[in-house]
Design a binder for this molecule. Sequence first.
Ligand SMILES: *Cc1c(COP(=O)(O)O)cnc(C)c1O
Length: 376
Amino acid sequence: MRKKTQMIHGGIPRDEHTGAVSIPIHHASTFKQDGVGNFVYEYARTGNPTRFALEELIKDLEGGVRGFAFGSGMAAISSVMNLFSSGDHIVLTDDVYGGSYRLMTKVLAKYQIEVTFVDTSDLNEIKEAIKDNTKAIYIETPTNPLLKITDLSRISSLAKEHQLLMIVDNTFSTPYFQNPIEQGADIVLHSATKYLGGHSDVVAGLVVVNSETLANDLHFIQNSIGAVLGPQDSWLLIRGIKTLAIRMEEIEENARKVANFLTEHEAVTTIYYPGFEEHKGHEVHAKQARGFGGMISFDVGSEEKALDVLKKVHYFTLAESLGAVESLISLPAKMTHASIPKERRLELGITDGLVRISVGLEDVEDLIEDLQAALQ
Ligand SMILES: *Cc1c(COP(=O)(O)O)cnc(C)c1O
């Protein structure tokens, strides 16, 4: 099945009992057993038919062994992190999502799970960070907000050589453009709040694992911790995913046009967009993904100028989040990445004048005119 078809026919595309082409929303919290222990579903935290349809769908889209749905991207990441024990060490991409950074440094630190942040686009930095107690490499590619690219297949070889789990946050690329399991990842996770939902109306997280052992371990954790996604939100995600392919195609086209406009504008000092050949990770990304996505970051030189742009735009909504039908704009230093200490932020290149946009589905001419007026 090709990608576009899979979005619509993957997973469990219709109700077996009624033929309904939209999966029913099962609100039941418990299920009648035909005798003790004789059941398909037992209790809705352990398993729910609507959630299961979504879990099957994301499993198919990522090409893994089993899928899991959680109440948010962070719930998904926290649950995955519960695969580790105190004393374990994890190597992570240095400009990970701010919430992931906070989880690792403020919450997991309490359980003595050790982390090292490195520029994972540089294989040598990872090699140097690996220690005897290292258990996993956790990456984002492209990263947020600098869109740095990590070579998935090279990380996979390194992970296999050292018997480490390879975990990839695939939120930015979506399963339509990138499938890390094909490149050797063991676990892929998503903030489904972004492109997968796509309409800024659901908070959710998804995980796909690539072995039965991981599937059993993560199901045990999902059921034990209980950070599951509800049936209504599961249904919303299934509906969102049906149009993921077509949204990503359009977003890809819009983003390239917006990036072309920005790169020529004199007020823009630096632009980060992996679709440009000059982008450091362009070649690697082109090799491992089918599209460059809708995220662009650009520097306008100072916080004052950035705030001015944010104030003047009409069609770019000033908001956290990304991946929606509506274009969004943000100031990473003050918003998504505010929990990262300033010194560290600047080290990473997340300057005060850095503006991040998530290109949506509006007419691209309107988007360009909007930015043009705001950059005057
Ligand atoms: C938003 C985001 C998360 C967190 O997901 P929530 O659904 O907000 O909990 C994790 N990783 C990335 C890359 C994100 O953009």
